[in-house]
Design a protein around this ligand. Sequence first.
Ligand code: AMP
Length: 112
Amino acid sequence: MSDCLFCRISSGEARADRVHEDEHAVAFRDINPAGPTHILVIPRKHIATLADLTEDDDALVGHLARVAAKVAKADGQSDFRLAVNCGAGAGQSVFHLHMHVIGGRALKWPPG
Ligand code: AMP
């Protein structure tokens, strides 16, 4: 989808500070970081929201979670938060599924 920012980052058409990429996933630093570590993990496949996942995506979601843990560790974080905003009401602003990996500071719960 050429009108999707994260599809363009995935293809290399748009620039990002990438920290990981493989056949199925890309991870890059958030442009407006919410902590010392703030990395977004996205599937290369365009999926608008978490609610749009199908059974076919089960392995992909597991892969994304594993990439998230890997990039957190590579960034020096043993404690971190993995968050997915699903829908505008939950704060989703880019409609290409992404996991936020946030760490390097104290994280309160609930997030507010
Ligand atoms: P969300 O609000 O959950 O949809 O998260 C979207 C995230 O994408 C926000 O934290 C933005 O700061 C981030 N973001 C938007 N544009 C870019 C970009 N070009 N490169 C990196 N991160 C971005």
